[in-house]
Design a binder for this molecule. Structure first.
Ligand code: ADP
Ligand code: MG
Length: 410
């Protein structure tokens, strides 16, 4: 049996570029080589795509050389179902055009992106267009999961537990700083948490205890995003995370983790730079598994995680983060990560599924979703085209005269 050609797509134009590389290299090293050929697809900070064996080595990225040995610039062929990675070979002489070579052909993709331009639905949209199966959530769930403001509005509609918040824009802040502060103060008591709407890894996130702190926090958050979420702040919340794996009703929760035993707020440096060596991503964090929060709450949060997964129609592996108010015991959803750091493999390992088998299941989800989409009818027979008469010369104004026989309102 020939091996499946498994494309792992990562990097991209995002603040979380480096974290994505760590997650992807970890994943590529765990793929079952008996079943799959791994095709690394690295998107650099400028948005250029590369493939090649050198990309399996972490050292390649410390000072990335796009002309380096074992690295080939490529483009994905968007023809539906092609999956080809094309490399442009320029012509040798002065005359005659260059040609495109197929370097590899992807049959299934695993997006390992964190943040914008990858986790947010944009890459998922590209893969839908290219007609390729892929192992992350689809366009809608990815987009909702990336945008903290949209995500909270969505959760509210389902009565899922979230903290009160208020949403702001940069133009509003720049026009009327005092009015913006007043809006926040009217909606929420201090302390608050200020977050760029569409970032991750705690970048640009900060707490504010008073008005001066709020101003600084807004200034910082607006330097990262045009839209900002201000949320009621909890005092040293207990944080727990739960992963869910599956697709379309066939899904299950992982054990829970408590990621930050002791620290107050996990910022970027605590998530990725502290601890052992800093290159092990989320997996290296000081964490307690299973989270010591009792059976009842564990079960409640696992059930809630499944309901969130279903409501958003997620696919593959996601991680849902919670905060527990240590004074009241109430729990709240912090966020959902549709492509979690390290793909949450350490949670599945603790649940009894090793990384290699987790990847198998993610691929199975991708293939199932693709097969389901293939079952949809894309043809709807109508004679609308045969009846349309566009007036004037070709190249004339479109949208001009679409009247005529068909009765024409399009
Ligand atoms: N409302 C809040 N109250 C207290 N701490 C919070 C609150 N919101 C976020 N935090 C802290 O900030 C961290 C990052 O927030 P989060 O919304 O998960 O953003 P990111 O997407 O950047 O990870 C959380 O893990 C938690 O430690
Ligand atoms: Mg988070």
């Amino acid at each position: 049996m020939s091996k499946m050609q498994l494309g792992v797509i990562y990097g991209s134009r995002t603040c979380e570029h480096d974290v994505s590389i760590i997650s992807a290299v970890q994943l590529m090293r765990s793929v079952d080589r008996e079943k799959y050929d791994v095709i690394p697809v690295y998107i650099d900070r400028k948005g250029q795509w590369f493939t090649g064996p050198a990309l399996l080595d972490m050292k390649t990225y410390t000072s990335f050389d796009p002309y380096g040995k074992g690295i080939t610039p490529v483009q994905l062929d968007l023809t539906a179902g092609s999956g080809a990675l094309l490399h442009y070979v320029p012509a040798k002489g002065l005359f005659g055009g260059g040609k495109e070579e197929v370097v590899a052909r992807i049959e299934c993709a695993i997006p390992v992106m964190h943040g914008l331009h990858g986790e947010d639905g944009s890459l998922q949209g590209l893969l839908e267009l290219a007609g390729l199966p892929y192992a992350s959530s689809g366009v809608t769930a990815s987009a909702i999961g990336m945008d903290k403001i949209a995500m909270k509005r969505f959760f509210k509609a389902f009565d899922f537990p979230i903290l009160p918040d208020c949403a702001l824009t940069r133009s509003q802040w720049e026009k009327d700083r005092a009015g913006t502060i007043a809006q926040v103060e009217q909606a929420l008591p201090y302390p608050v948490f200020v977050k760029p709407a569409c970032l991750g890894s705690s970048i640009g996130v900060s707490p504010a205890k008073d008005r001066a702190g709020l101003e600084d926090a807004l200034e910082l958050a607006f330097s990262y995003d045009r839209r900002v979420l201000v949320e009621q702040g909890l005092d040293k919340p207990i944080e727990v995370n739960c992963s869910v794996l599956g697709f379309d009703g066939d899904r299950r929760p992982s054990v829970l983790e408590m990621p930050n035993s002791g620290t107050e707020f996990l910022d970027f440096s605590e998530k990725y730079l502290a601890g052992n060596g800093g290159s092990k991503g989320m997996a290296s964090l000081k964490r307690v598994i299973p989270a010591p929060i009792g059976e009842e709450l564990t079960k409640e949060l696992q059930d809630l995680s499944l309901r969130i997964f279903d409501a958003m129609d997620c696919k593959g592996v996601v991680r849902i983060d919670y905060m527990i108010d240590r004074h009241t015991g109430s729990h709240y959803i912090t966020e959902i990560n549709t492509i979690p750091g390290s793909l949450a493999f350490y949670l599945w390992q603790a649940t009894g599924l090793n990384y290699t088998r987790l990847i198998d299941e993610m691929v199975a989800c991708a293939m199932k979703a693709y097969a389901e989409k293939e079952r949809n009818s894309f043809a709807f027979t109508s004679d609308i085209l045969s009846g349309v008469q566009l007036g004037g010369k070709t190249g004339g104004k479109l949208g001009g005269k679409l009247g005529g026989k068909t009765g024409g309102k399009l």
